[in-house]
Ligand binder design. Sequence first.
Ligand code: ASP
Length: 303
Amino acid sequence: MNGDRERIRIALHGGAGDAPRDGDYRAHRDALARIVHAAWRQLQDGADALDVAESAVAALEDCPLFNAGTGAVLNADGAAELDAAVMRGSDRACGAVAAVTRLRNPVRAARAVMAHSPHVLLAGAGAERFAESRGLALIDPKELIVPERARQLAAAQSAGETRLDHDRGTVGAVARDALGHLAAATSTGGMTNKLPGRVGDAPVIGAGTFADDRSAAISCTGAGEAFIRAGFGHCVHAQLVRGETGLAQACSAALAEVSRYGGRGGCIAIDRHGSMALPYTTGAMFRAWCDGTGTVAVAIFDE
Ligand code: ASP
């Protein structure tokens, strides 16, 4: 393997929200630990940061416990309408899909947009048609729906609210490989009872997803509109390249911007030196990480 194993870092999130402290999250913790460990092993074997971030997010999409892919939250029409993005830090190559309903793994479609189209972001039916042309199967949208999401939608609709998911969140991964390259990937169903066609921050490059080897890889979760208004990922990047501050402070300052626009949430980030930050302004954020030693850490609350 080329490069230095000590450079390897991986962090995942499974969403920020206000999960009740007395909930039973053993399955969430187990899934995060399993997926972060598999990702670390891939990095140790010399895998590329973007490949690892993409596959970790695809594994989280397949896990019905999280708000992405199978098990995503439902929009006001009762459909799981999904957004995802990937970004590579070495050359800022990136790809994203928005408002897709017939893809099991939107993050794979985002990667295909990056690798095989001249575009950065494809939405809706066109994104699905493009993904199919790249060999990704189109599924029955109902296959993405789990019963609990229908109950959540009914509750949100009777309260007349658009809700951030409390205990099953958006997913994301940031990775630094043995060559020191950075990458980020994010995938989400967005918010319960959102208007059909609403697109959140996850597929907006420079907002919910960003990576640049000169600064950091960042994946966000929380109230997407406020993260877009804050230009979250680019806000962290700009502070780092100007040398104004370190990673943790840059993320806190960007979260303060999100608060200014009326939102809460969190992010996972790895900078070019290998520092990691996983801050959040909600009551909880599902998260897992591994440093260069491969020790797996999983947390939900301030613990
Ligand atoms: N950021 C996502 C969105 O607004 C939601 C989440 O993170 O739970 O689409």
